[in-house]
Design a protein. Structure first.
Length: 357
């Protein structure tokens, strides 16, 4: 574990609730006060603030925040206010609701969590939507991909068992026989082993697979499978080896190409902030050689020229908020001899007060 948000000592939910009420009362909204409180508290502390807010004022804190905020800023704050399970359930429901299904989000949420986390998501989903997650998911997916996700959602993974080297060799041989050693691929064997074994056991299986075949299980999956099943099994393999690296690649993909996938950026940063966001940050820098200075120059460039690139500003500030934005602010002042807040106010009036610092 390597969280970037751990909450504050001497926490007082009633005092925080009063400060948030004051920030939203009367004419205008003190966005900076909202930011200062909610981005430094742990999720457990935020839930306590929400209860205290309702107890003291008879109001729903999330609804009040939504009425005062907007855009990506609102999305981040609301995501922070929900419990981890509720937030991920809402994301799952959204990715399956309406026309088409976002399989990438299904994979991101379901293939990367522990059995305990999945169980909490399943219980919460049925409470929120009065419908089993497995039933909804099965209506939106098909084939071997659906069978894999069903195994995961129904709690097939055995996280309690210790590692078994002998069984790891047997499973590795089964995987080899089901793929490279035959014409065609027996996807059922891949699903059974990768959805049932604990991550610790799978680590041994993958080592044994390399001994048997001479290359990695990831290479075999990419050669033998395709479509969503390949993506899902690859996600499991990569998370077994290094979950932080998988999420770093997910963030990178969200920022590439035309436009930015803001929803994925917010989801990864918020959902991993109290888990391993520190490690994700290091893996991102290791994989893509993106230095702090390069982030600063992108931010500076976004504020130059005929206008301000609002999307770039929001993207950089929001995605660095729980990573290293304090260091970015210090480095900005060192490079340009002025504060980031002052430049934001010049180039985007009001922005300096509502960005997540």
């Amino acid at each position: 574990r390597d969280p970037t948000v751990m909450g504050v000592p001497n926490f007082n939910a009633t005092e925080d609730a009063a400060a948030l009420r004051a920030a939203m009362k009367g004419f205008g909204t003190d966005e900076q006060a909202i930011i200062d409180i909610l981005t430094t508290r742990s999720n457990i502390q935020r839930q306590a603030i929400s209860k205290a807010f309702t107890h003291e004022y008879g109001r729903d804190l999330i609804e009040d925040l939504k009425s005062e905020l907007g855009g990506n800023f609102e999305d981040v704050i609301v995501a922070l206010m929900l419990s981890p399970e509720e937030y991920l359930c809402k994301e799952l429901n959204k990715c399956m609701d309406g026309l088409g299904t976002d399989e990438h989000t299904l994979i991101e949420i379901l293939c990367t969590r522990t059995k305990k986390e999945i169980a909490a998501i399943v219980e919460t989903y049925e409470r929120l939507y009065n419908r089993p997650l497995a039933e909804h998911m099965c209506s939106e997916t098909s084939g071997d991909f659906r069978r894999l996700l069903t195994l995961i959602v129904t709690g097939a993974r055995d996280d309690e068992a210790g590692v078994d080297p002998a069984r790891a060799r047997e499973d590795a041989q089964q995987l080899y026989d089901a793929g490279e050693a035959k014409w065609g691929t027996d996807e059922e064997i891949f699903n059974k082993i990768l959805a049932h074994d604990s991550f610790a056991q799978l680590r041994l299986v993958f080592e044994e697979y390399k001994n048997i075949s001479g290359h990695t299980i990831e290479q075999a999956i990419k050669a033998e499978l395709d479509g969503e099943l390949k993506e899902a099994l690859s996600a499991i393999v990569e998370c077994v080896e290094c979950a932080a690296a998988w999420f770093a690649r997910r963030l990178r993909h969200a920022m590439q190409g035309l436009g930015t996938d803001d929803r994925t950026l917010i989801r990864v940063v918020v959902s991993r902030a109290e888990v391993d966001l520190g490690a994700i940050k290091r893996e991102y820098e290791r994989l893509y050689d993106k230095t702090l200075s390069s982030e600063i120059k992108r931010l500076r460039n976004a504020m130059q020229g005929a206008g301000t690139d609002d999307g770039a500003l929001v993207r950089i500030i929001a995605t660095r908020a729980e990573v290293d934005l304090g260091a970015i602010k210090r480095e900005y002042e060192r490079l340009y001899d002025k504060t980031l807040e002052s430049d934001l106010k010049v180039h985007q009036p009001g922005a300096g007060d509502c960005m997540i610092y």
